[in-house]
Design a protein around this ligand. Structure first.
Ligand SMILES: Cc1cc2nc3c(=O)[nH]c(=O)nc-3n(C[C@H](O)[C@H](O)[C@H](O)COP(=O)(O)OP(=O)(O)OC[C@H]3O[C@@H](n4cnc5c(N)ncnc54)[C@H](O)[C@@H]3O)c2cc1C
Length: 607
């Protein structure tokens, strides 16, 4: 481990701000060239041996732990009863890939092509994403015959990688409600999709997870990209280093030059220089924070905090996120979910099984997904009504970034190939919101619905010129009423699912919403469902878009080479650059973007 002093005296070619999902891809790929020296500054620590990170069945348990989670909250969200919504972010080597829910899936071809359609040549499925998604992964189909025979699992080699750093495998444990949930989806007309990795994700599927099947431990940016390369003398990581500012030179008439950064370590201020480039990879909330603290952002935001504007760009705008609603069910006696591990004797038995054989609940994860187009959610009248509501919505054309995006969202809305809602079975009590306490000794599972193409847009900005203050996160959830209407239709879908066989007779008991509540009552009005959605909705933690890769005139912050407009050598590479939410969980896309960015940066140096 280097000291801050020795880090600062190193002659770096590249400095990477944030050692998370994208940052460590860049660190590994750029340092492949022994002639360049790469420095990574990460605010958190490098924690190797934390079961809540490494053991799949313990996913979610690191959330809220300040050692590994920034544990942010949004500001009060007006359209969801002024609630502040929990917004965790990974802190430490590996970033959010170390604390996420392990879902390792791909979106539809259209979602990737949308990035090109928004003004970024070649950022499409065929030329970029398929190639780099394959480069990232080693895809390992299940070997356990019980799991390999699941009718929802398939594998097309044409679409998967076999030698990438991130291991994509399958849960070693399927709970006994898995098959019932999947069969019910199929009975509701959702087709089986055995491999969602081919750019077509509609259907009922078993998703891969970011787990190394040889050890049944989490495969994340640190284990995949950092640890195998940490011996390189030209790759230097400093942990506990909180970047506070990028140092910018402003030669007159020329693009701004990033020369170095300032950071705090153990409350002491340091500065370090970079000869070629600086790359911010601090994530969708903190990349905007670093840029604004450095004088790159909206002048009104910067002036409010006494910061001189060096580049006036819509940093922190265009914030989008995926919302979710959990339906929590008490599972029948004898059914096991991760909640069963709360019984100490059962936990001990499962720990022994996991330690000796890498099997059982602790080697398990989320398994059952359905990606649904709007035709599964609305009848033709409902579809037309919502479409016309979207068309009349003038807020969609008011912001330059949203006007082009909303053309795509509106086009996708009736498209049978484009998912609007994801339903998935979480084998535990998902409780980040205002939920009733669980009953002692009971096990639960949660059917989650996720809205995939939100129209609501918000922002993240500094709340203070003090870099240690958390940013002000305002996603303006449900500010566009269409997002709520889509959720209402998804609630109806799940209520129907609960009455459809074989799920209907699986013996699950509704816990939240309670059995006798309006939401479980078949006669309830849409207004009652809307109220329940506003009370219960939470984030599923996929913020993107806050330093969007788009043309400048459309509200972009970086160009299609990920360079910040008006700068010579400052790039952003993380979830902030994704301009539009995709119809899946984002980590695989973030890895792929960072792989492509590494090639762009290498090519730029070679010129
Ligand atoms: C609880 C949770 C569950 C999720 N589940 C899934 C899932 O199952 N599947 C999926 O695909 N996606 C999931 N996601 C989302 C996904 O993991 C993220 O979108 C992705 O990992 C983001 O990568 P990133 O590189 O943009 O940022 P990060 O991985 O968050 O990296 C940013 C890094 O920068 C560091 N940093 C921040 N500020 C500073 C600073 N000032 N100085 C120095 N360092 C700094 C941070 O500590 C962090 O290490 C989940 C997210 C959460 C929070």
């Amino acid at each position: 481990m280097v000291s801050a002093e020795s880090f600062c005296s190193t002659s770096f070619d590249y400095l990477i701000l944030g050692g998370g999902t994208a940052g460590l891809v860049l660190a590994a790929r750029l340092s492949e060239d022994p002639d360049v020296v790469v420095g990574v500054l990460e605010a958190g620590e490098h924690i190797n041996e934390m079961p809540e990170i490494n053991v799949p069945g313990m996913m979610g348990q690191a959330l809220g732990n300040p050692k590994v989670d920034w544990a942010f909250s949004t500001v009060e969200q007006e359209a969801v009863l002024n609630r502040k919504i929990f917004s965790p972010r990974g802190k430490g080597v590996g970033g959010t890939s170390a604390i996420n829910f392990l879902v390792y899936q791909r979106a539809s071809e259209e979602d990737y092509n949308a990035i090109e359609a928004l003004g970024n040549p070649y950022w499409n499925w065929k030329d970029t994403f398929l190639k780099y998604l394959m480069k990232v992964e080693t895809y390992v189909p299940p070997t356990d015959p019980k799991i390999a025979q699941d009718p929802h699992i398939g594998y097309t080699t044409d679409y998967h990688g076999s030698s990438g750093p991130v291991k994509a495998s399958f849960s070693a444990w399927f709970n006994d409600l898995h098959a019932k949930f999947m069969d019910t989806l199929v009975n509701m007309g959702v087709p089986i999709n055995r491999d969602t990795g081919n750019g077509r994700n509609i259907g009922a599927s078993v998703g891969p997870i970011s787990v190394d099947p040889s050890t049944m431990t989490r495969s994340h940016a640190a284990t995949a990209y950092y640890t195998p390369n940490s011996h390189r003398t030209n790759l230097v990581l400093l942990t506990g280093a909180h970047v506070t500012k990028i140092l910018l030179d402003t030669p007159s008439g020329e693009p701004v030059v990033a020369t170095g950064v300032e950071f705090l370590k153990d409350s002491q201020k340091f500065s370090v220089r970079a000869k070629i480039e600086i790359i911010s990879a601090a994530g969708a909330f903190q990349t905007p924070q670093i840029l604004e603290l450095s004088g790159i952002g909206k002048t009104d935001v910067l002036t409010k905090h006494g910061i001189e504007t060096i580049l006036d760009l819509p940093v922190g705008e265009n914030l989008q996120d995926h919302l979710t609603l959990p339906f929590i069910h008490e599972v029948p006696e004898g059914s096991e979910t991760f909640d069963s591990l709360r019984d100490p004797a059962f936990l001990e038995q499962q720990s022994t099984l996991y330690k000796n054989e890498r099997k059982g609940l602790l080697a398990g994860s989320i398994t059952a997904y359905g990606y649904l187009p709007s035709e599964k959610l609305f009848d033709s009248n409902g579809l037309l009504a919502l479409q016309s509501q979207m068309l009349q919505d003038t807020t969609l054309t008011a912001s330059p970034s949203l006007s082009k995006q909303s053309v795509l969202i509106k086009k996708w809305f009736p498209d049978p190939n484009q998912a609007q809602i994801e339903v998935l079975q979480f084998p535990f009590f998902l409780s980040f919101g205002p939920l009733p306490e669980r009953r002692e000794g009971k096990a639960y599972h949660s059917i989650m619905i996720i809205g995939l193409h939100p129209l609501s847009r918000g922002s993240v900005h500094i709340s203070s010129a003090d870099p240690l203050f958390p940013p002000s996160i305002d996603p303006r959830y449900f500010s566009n009423p269409a997002d709520l209407e889509i959720m209402v239709s998804a609630v109806k879908f799940v209520r129907k699912l609960m009455r459809t066989e074989p799920y209907a007779s699986a013996g699950c008991k509704m816990y939240d919403p309670p059995e006798k509540s309006a939401v479980s009552n078949e006669d309830l009005s849409d207004d009652e469902i809307r109220d329940w959605c506003r009370t219960r909705v939470i984030s599923i933690f996929h913020p993107i878009g806050t330093a969007a890769m788009m043309p400048k005139e459309d509200g972009g912050v970086v160009d299609s080479s990920l360079k910040v407009y008006g700068t010579k050598n400052l790039r952003v590479v993380d979830a902030s650059v994704i301009p539009l939410e995709m119809s899946t969980h984002p980590q695989a896309a973030v890895y792929a973007i960072a792989e492509k960015a590494s090639d762009i940066i290498k090519t730029a140096r070679a010129r």
